[in-house]
Design a protein around this ligand. Structure first.
Ligand code: FES
Ligand code: FES
Length: 157
């Protein structure tokens, strides 16, 4: 079947704005965001659902963009790291990660921030902050500084 016939129009809301793209329905949402739309804040680590680097909010909940086919995004509400604060106006979580050394190489950081933000806004979603971040791997920080940063936000320090 000619590839052209496999293209599909996908409409979704991204960081509060409407988008419409034509792509193969099995394009990974991660590639759609990074390569087609230029939202490179969402990172790729493993590419197979193990590391959490590609965590976004999908219909209000953390999800792994490397595992979501574009077709599934039709009608969805998506938020990436670009949608929750910027260089001039960091969120409390971003500021705490910066201040307490929760980010080193930075590859895991956007995904961590997306998971941490969801947990801080939905404290009943996990028993502990460690559980909330269990799907996000970090090779640099040893996690302590990440948990320290989250603790500061939780305590409003
Ligand atoms: S890149 Fe998606 S979970 Fe690792
Ligand atoms: S800061 Fe490098 S992987 Fe987490």
């Amino acid at each position: 079947m000619p590839e052209k016939l496999l293209q599909q129009e996908i409409k979704f809301e991204l960081n509060g704005k409407p988008y419409s793209v034509v792509t193969h329905p099995l394009t990974r949402l991660l590639d759609l965001l990074r390569e087609d739309l230029g939202f490179t804040g969402t990172k790729e680590g493993c590419g197979e659902g193990e590391c959490g680097a590609c965590t976004i909010h999908f219909n209000g909940r953390p999800a792994l963009a490397c595992l979501i086919p574009a077709a599934q995004a039709d009608g969805a509400k998506i938020t990436t790291i670009e949608g929750i604060g910027d260089e001039d106006e960091l969120t409390d979580v971003q500021e705490a990660f910066q201040r307490y050394g929760g980010a080193q190489c930075g590859i895991c950081t956007p995904g961590m921030i997306m998971s941490a933000t969801y947990y801080l806004e939905n404290p009943d979603s996990a028993e502990t902050m460690q559980e909330a971040l269990a799907g996000n791997q970090c090779r640099c920080t040893g996690y302590k500084r990440i948990f320290d940063a989250m603790e500061k936000v939780l305590k409003n320090d």
